[in-house]
Design a binder for this molecule. Structure first.
Ligand code: GMT
Length: 399
């Protein structure tokens, strides 16, 4: 355990010198957007700061979920200067240089990078530079999240760098067993990949519903179906609309589409073609997703692939049942017939049928909602953070 002094000023007048105890100084590198890896990394950093670790986020923008003030949290923006010669500004170089600066000036104990591309290779570069400068080997932990392995990373353009930088990491974690298997299958990895699953703050997601909000969405007490994602192809958002169109024929219900991305126009067009444009609300990106989930009944996730499906786990914590595909790591959280239902990719008829049957049986629906909640509890943040701390302590200089 180390002691550090920490100073901050309030309204420029009051300067306080605080003495606090921190366990480790951890650098977290992630994408700051609404994607699952950035959400997970940010929630991890916030939880570590609550446990008195000093956390340094290194990203090109303030992470969307970094919406709290905590004196243990620091944010370092990666600036990428442009120059007329650059058609592609060298982000990875700017990121590695920022990592070097933060490692040295804040004496970080370790770097934890989320999503391999380009974070793992930038961390490798930063580690070599710090070693040259002051002889220290800063441990690098890489957490694999999904598309960095299954989609983007496998592309021949990136594969050699991804393989190299994963192998050079001091520890590698994957967010599900499925992702671990996919990584070994698709890359030549010589090291052990440890599984530390994603987690959810059940306390935050199991709040009471806001009745007035529910009335606006479903004035006649209709059931509420919801989908939340980055609307990329892999999410198959048009399948969400197709499932809803079928369910609506049998059960009074509404659909909320949360998030934004390249496939949103196609999903909106399909909704118009099916005459459902007044039934389906595309609400865009939402920071307070827990308020939406609190009034919803069913979470739809018909993805072609999910390494884990963090959005579904958050929905389960809010007592939503999940109708998903059976691809990737989804079956590790959504247990067919217990927490919801799973079907083959593209089988919207089966997904709709499962949804209709459960929505027509209120007693079964309530049981399944409770099962979904209990499943989320198994993945509660308080159960998973100690696993990361244990991993870090293997590399911590002072522990
Ligand atoms: O789903 C996305 O496209 C976002 C992506 C990311 O990296 O931000 O999500 C991946 O990581 C999440 C957090 O670990 C997982 O819950 C998602 O299942 C995974 N997405 C895919 O595998 C497609």
């Amino acid at each position: 355990m180390k002691e550090t002094g920490f100073a901050f000023s309030l309204t420029g007048k009051l300067a306080l010198q605080l003495k606090k105890t921190t366990s480790m100084r951890i650098g977290i590198v992630c994408y700051p957007t609404f994607g699952g890896s950035g959400v997970l990394a940010t929630e991890l950093g916030k939880a570590l700061a609550d446990k008195n670790h000093e956390v340094h986020f290194i990203t090109y923008q303030q992470p969307v979920r970094l919406n709290v003030f905590n004196t243990n949290i620091f944010y370092h923006e990666v600036r990428v200067p442009t120059y007329p010669l650059f058609d592609y500004p060298p982000y990875e170089v700017a990121l590695a240089s920022t990592m070097v600066d933060v490692i040295i000036n804040h004496d970080l104990d370790l770097l934890h990078v989320h999503y391999a591309i380009p974070h793992a290779s930038a961390a490798y570069l930063a580690k070599q530079i710090v070693k040259n400068k002051n002889g220290r080997m800063v441990p690098v932990i890489t957490t694999l999240h999904g598309t960095d392995i299954t989609l983007v990373g496998r592309d021949k353009t990136y594969e050699p760098v991804v393989t190299f930088s994963i192998n050079e990491s001091d520890a590698i974690t994957a967010v599900s067993n499925n992702l671990k298997e996919e990584t070994y299958k698709n890359f030549s990895i010589q090291k052990e990949i440890e599984v530390i699953t994603n987690f959810v703050d059940v306390g935050r997601f199991s709040r009471k519903p806001f009745d007035a909000f529910k009335k606006v969405i479903a004035p006649n007490n209709e059931k509420i179906l919801v989908h939340a994602s980055n609307f990329r192809k892999v999410k198959r958002v048009q399948d969400v609309v197709k499932v809803y169109a079928e369910v609506k024929k049998h059960v009074a219900c509404k659909l909320l589409m949360v998030g934004d991305g390249p496939e949103r126009p196609a999903a909106e067009e399909l909704a118009r073609e099916l005459g459902l444009e007044h039934e389906i609300r595309f609400v865009g990106k939402q920071e307070q997703i827990e308020e939406i989930l609190a009034v919803s009944d069913v979470f739809l996730l018909p993805s072609e692939y999910e390494s884990f499906g963090l959005a579904a786990l958050e929905a389960m914590a809010a007592r939503n049942i999940v109708i998903s595909t059976n691809s990737g790591g989804l079956t590790e959280i959504n247990h067919h017939g217990i927490t919801g239902f799973t079907a083959n990719i593209g089988d919207t008829a089966a997904m709709a049928q499962f949804t209709i049957e459960i929505l027509q049986n209120e007693k079964e629906l309530q049981t399944m909602k409770e099962n979904a909640y209990l499943q989320a509890v198994a993945f509660d943040i308080h159960n998973i953070i100690p696993q990361y701390e244990k991993l870090y302590s293997r590399f911590c200089r002072m522990c």
